[in-house]
Design a protein around this ligand. Structure first.
Ligand code: ADP
Ligand code: ZN
Length: 210
């Protein structure tokens, strides 16, 4: 299966993806995670990415598409994959069509008010990518790897606003672009409540594809 997760920043794509890969053997490709790895490496490109991402703007399409193409070439993608955070522009979607056929687009739906609330409370483990609400981790450490959790610079209020505007302008038009392929799920409930209907949908889809 080849799946795109579409939705505003903070709508819960990453969390949903982590649940999906527990039940389905798919590679999880998060462009945000790929960029953050690149930043950690301290390369020249990493330095550029850092300032773009901190501002809430999008990384240029050429850079993004190149990184995704390289990633999709790896062996673990042969069985299928979940794209989390890509495509984010019509141009990226058109480039993707040249290299791969997508089975379904899962639209993760959440109101702007809840998004702002969740992003402001979000703490991230830079080692494994796990995210938490700060209220759930009193000691401020990752439950997987005990690493210190941080608030991403782009999860601070000014940047959140900008990211939501960028989403409306550049990414939301993808909903029409993908048309019938889009299936919408609300992520208003708990992690489990959000995942359950997605799982049954994907089980059916998987059976149909094979
Ligand atoms: P979120 O989904 O919470 O916004 P991500 O980790 O997916 O966070 O992305 C963080 C940042 O990385 C984005 O705000 C953007 O600057 C950059 N980025 C991620 N994916 C893309 C993409 N497909 N195209 C351009 N920039 C991207
Ligand atoms: Zn961790």
């Amino acid at each position: 299966m080849k799946i795109i997760l579409l939705g505003a920043p903070g709508s819960g794509k990453g969390t949903l993806a982590k649940n999906i890969i527990k039940d389905f053997s798919l590679a999880h490709i998060s462009t945000g995670d790929l960029f953050r790895e690149c930043i950690k490496s301290g390369s020249e490109l990493g330095e550029k990415l850092k300032s773009i991402i901190e501002s809430g703007a999008l990384v240029p399409d050429e850079v993004t598409i190149e990184i995704v193409k390289e990633r999709l070439d790896k062996d673990d993608c042969k069985n299928g994959f979940i794209l989390d955070g890509f495509p984010r522009t019509i141009n990226q979607a058109k480039e993707l069509e040249k290299i791969s056929h997508i089975d379904t687009v899962i639209l993760v739906d959440l109101s702007k008010e809840i998004i702002i609330e969740r992003l402001s409370a979000r703490r991230t483990c830079l080692k494994c990518g796990s995210t938490y609400n700060f209220k759930d981790v009193p000691n401020g450490k990752c439950l997987n790897c005990n690493e210190e959790l941080i608030q991403r610079d782009d999860d601070k209020p000014l940047t959140i606003q900008n990211r939501l505007e960028v989403y409306e302008k550049n990414t939301a038009p993808l909903i029409d672009f993908y048309g019938d392929k889009v299936v919408k799920f609300s992520s208003k409930g708990t992690v489990e409540e959000t995942y359950r209907p997605v799982k049954s949908f994907l089980k059916k889809l998987e059976a149909n594809i094979e």
